[in-house]
Design a protein around this ligand. Structure first.
Ligand code: MF3
Ligand code: CO
Length: 255
């Protein structure tokens, strides 16, 4: 494993990449409406990122066919936008990445379509809260396992399960760099709080908890991409790209 430490200048570029990602997601959030099909969101994402001077990073990545991942209800991640029509009460995860001046930004939000159930609302709040808890743990001298433990504790204390097979990741010139950032701990294998590499200034990480109302197990559709909960329960996903600093972590994917 080799973790690439970024200079202040490189982080400045990643801040711009992150701002593009945040702006695109903000537009997508405002455009989600009952009755639209998910492909419309892909068209909007492509238009917006172009206006902002970024390039979509997902399209063509290992053959992924779209600009944004759109994952509805029991879909966890990597949903492919298409003909599916969004209905009032659905929850939809929007995951978007860009490359700008050679550096990557990656973030995700989950939003309700019109009015959603209190159960769905609580799931969204808890998933965003789990991301915030992970970010708060991402301080110099802490260990990578402290981030995973913070996310897991936050989720499990609210009785949600954390998806285990998909993780956050280092990010920089590549979308996926070392280290992987798990959203859970496996204390039997010594992965947990106080374990893993020490966090130091200049590390850039994408944290991306996925929480399910039911169990953590997943299955993948025949399209080769869409990942959903095995038990059909609702799932939510929030992601930010952050930089480790001397003090508070900096969220790069913000407006
Ligand atoms: N946020 C996701 C990730 O970090 C997005 C990748 S989608 C892909 O893995 F299509 F590009 F694979
Ligand atoms: Co990511």
């Amino acid at each position: 494993m080799s973790i690439i430490i970024k200079s202040d200048q490189e982080i400045a570029v990643m801040r711009e990449a992150g701002r593009i990602v945040a702006n695109v997601l903000d537009v997508l959030r405002s455009r989600v409406k009952p009755g639209m099909c998910t492909r419309e969101l892909d068209v909007i994402a492509a238009e917006e990122v172009e206006k902002l001077g970024g390039k979509p990073s997902f399209k063509g990545y290992r053959g992924y066919p779209a600009t944004v991942c759109v994952s509805v209800n029991d879909e966890i991640v990597h949903g492919i936008p298409g003909e599916r029509v969004l209905n009032e009460g659905d929850i939809v995860s929007l995951d978007f990445g860009t490359i700008y001046q050679g550096f990557q930004g990656d973030a995700a939000i989950t939003v309700g379509v019109g009015r959603i159930s209190p159960e769905a609302e609580r799931l969204l709040e808890a998933t965003e809260g789990a991301l915030r808890a992970g970010i708060a743990a991402a301080r110099p001298k802490a260990r990578l396992g402290d981030i995973s433990a913070a996310i897991e504790d936050y989720a499990e204390s609210r009785r949600y399960s954390v998806v285990r097979e998909y993780t956050g990741h280092g990010i920089g010139q590549d979308m996926h760099e070392d280290p992987q950032v798990p959203n859970c701990t496996v204390t039997t294998f010594g992965v947990g709080p106080g374990t893993g590499p020490e966090l130091v200034k200049g590390m850039t990480l994408a944290l991306e908890p996925m929480l399910n109302i039911g169990g953590w197990a997943t299955k993948r559709d025949n399209d080769g991409w869409t990942v959903r909960t095995r038990d059909g329960s609702l799932s939510a996903h929030f992601e930010d790209t952050i930089a480790i600093t001397d003090g508070e972590p900096e969220v790069l994917t913000k407006l």
